[in-house]
Design a protein around this ligand. Structure first.
Ligand code: GDP
Ligand code: IMO
Ligand code: MG
Length: 438
């Protein structure tokens, strides 16, 4: 069997959705294994744009099974809206998706906690979460006492359990806010959730057994990461991270597939950097060039609509995350966004307190002091969105990609010059040598 992973190597929104959709046809299953409605993955097919939050980006390929596995946190009303909107557009969700009964559920108290705690600074600055209740839900999962899993919604004791949790959560919410409106009503929540449970029932199953059966019988599995490796709870720019393992190390824990079945990793990166929310960003451009990248790349959040912070490509950060995620090749996205710039810069190292540093700092305060050491490369100043073959790209564009590849230490197997499936190139035989046909 072959287990291939698509992992974001920056701070999310690297265009993972586009790549997963492109590759899906060669796989039997597409698997989401962490994150939840904080993710916003865009797939563009002709004149149709789909924005997916919980549902794997494989769903748009008929005949491929899509699994939402235990490491994902589910928001039932958001998930149902996602399902309905796909059904309305004629996408076959009904027989192509299974959601794990082990997945944890984002409940109304998690949304309230996220809202009430969001302005509280972590390391001097607000994290700026997506307000989707992700952190509070994962906190309760690890804490166990107040956790709710999808399978719990179908148990007779669910109303009693909600009553107990709501009692405790109302005490917590009251301590965080003077507003009496934050008080939750357990009966109302139970009624609401009974409706969600009923509607989600056809999708609920044991994805762990299905995945293990598939792996053991030689099926081809594609794992779709959410967020990016720099947002990984253990290995990212803590505390300005999400609450799950969004680097390659999260695949096994979240999905329930043992490491021996994972053998290929494609790392997805933009040809520049973006970040939404708080936290250090050494190559950030708070100037006209940053605004130009934001405008040309439509760099506004898929989930929250927030403007994304933009900056140069950071090879120190991506070298770190490519190694951490075991990346075999890079998929370099949004090359077209840089087309008008006369010069493009790349960060090859940091200077911290007068010392050149080539490794990614563990502490957020060190990263805050890191000044990027930049190399300047010539731009190509020519639109490339119509280019379909790598050889036809301007020499300076190829030169830029080659330099990124050298600095990161990985070959470039995919180059994207626009959101559409057709706007994608596959240099050389890098991807096919990995056994991934395109
Ligand atoms: P994801 O979260 O990693 O799936 O990425 P998002 O969907 O949040 O953001 C990527 C955005 O860039 C989406 O709007 C895509 O349609 C778009 N996109 C994907 N590839 C390209 C590309 O090569 N060029 C441009 N200009 N846009 C792209
Ligand atoms: P995709 O899958 C970009 C960021 C938030 C915030 C931090 C914590 O589309 O790449 P959270 O709500 O998870 O507690 O927020 O993580 N963040 C993302 N940024 N893309 C995402 O997902 C993100 N998911 C979370 O902006 O800084
Ligand atoms: Mg996104």
């Amino acid at each position: 069997m072959s287990g291939t992973c698509v992992i974001g190597l920056q701070w999310g929104d690297e265009a993972k959705g586009k790549l997963v959709d492109l590759l899906t046809a060669q796989f039997d299953m597409v698997v989401r294994y962490q994150g939840g409605a904080n993710a916003g993955h865009t797939v563009v097919i002709g004149d149709q744009t789909y924005k997916l939050h919980h549902i794997p980006s494989g769903i748009l390929n008929e005949g491929v099974m899509n699994l939402v596995t235990p490491g994902v946190v589910l928001n039932p009303p958001t998930l149902l809206k996602e399902i309905d909107s796909l059904l309305e557009r004629g996408v076959n969700v009904s027989s192509n998706m299974i959601i794990s009964e082990r997945a944890h559920v984002v409940c109304p108290w998690h949304l309230a906690e996220d809202r009430l705690l969001n302005d509280t600074p972590a390391a001097g600055e607000s994290i700026g979460t997506t307000l989707r209740g992700i952190g509070p839900c994962y906190r309760d999962k690890v804490g166990r006492t107040y956790a709710v899993r999808l399978g719990d919604l179908y148990r007779d004791n669910f109303p009693e359990r909600v009553r107990e949790i709501v009692e405790a959560k109302n005490r917590l919410l009251a301590s965080l806010s003077d507003d009496s409106e934050v008080k939750l009503d357990h009966e109302e929540i139970c009624r609401e959730f009974a409706g969600y449970a009923e509607r989600l029932k056809p999708f609920v199953g044991d994805t762990t057994t299905l995945l293990l059966d598939a792996a053991e019988s030689g099926k081809r599995l594609l794992f779709e990461g959410a967020q990016g490796a720099l947002l990984d709870i253990d290995h990212g720019t803590f505390p300005f991270v999400t609450s799950s393992n969004s680097s390659g190390v999260g695949v096994c824990a979240g999905s329930g597939v043992p490491p021996k079945w994972i053998n290929k990793v494609i790392g997805v990166a933009k040809c520049y950097s973006t970040r939404v929310g708080g936290g250090p960003f050494p190559t950030e451009l708070e100037n006209e060039t940053g605004q130009h990248i934001r405008d040309k790349g439509h760099e506004y959040g898929t989930t929250t609509g927030r403007p994304r912070r933009c900056g140069w490509f950071d090879a120190v950060a991506v070298r770190y995350t490519a190694r951490l995620s075991g990346v075999d090749c890079l998929s370099m996205m949004m090359l077209d966004v840089l087309s008008e710039l006369p010069e493009i810069q790349v960060c090859r190292a940091y200077e911290i307190d007068g010392v050149e540093v080539n490794t990614f700092p563990a502490h957020v305060e060190d990263l805050r002091r890191a000044k990027p050491i930049l190399e300047t490369l010539p731009g190509w100043q020519k639109e490339i969105t119509e280019v379909r073959s790598y050889d036809d790209l301007p020499e300076n564009a190829k030169g830029y990609l080659n330099r990124i590849s050298e600095l990161v230490g990985r070959p470039v197997g995919v180059v994207s010059v626009g959101p559409d499936r057709a706007q994608t190139m596959f240099p050389g035989t890098i991807l096919s040598d990995m056994g991934v046909q395109v």
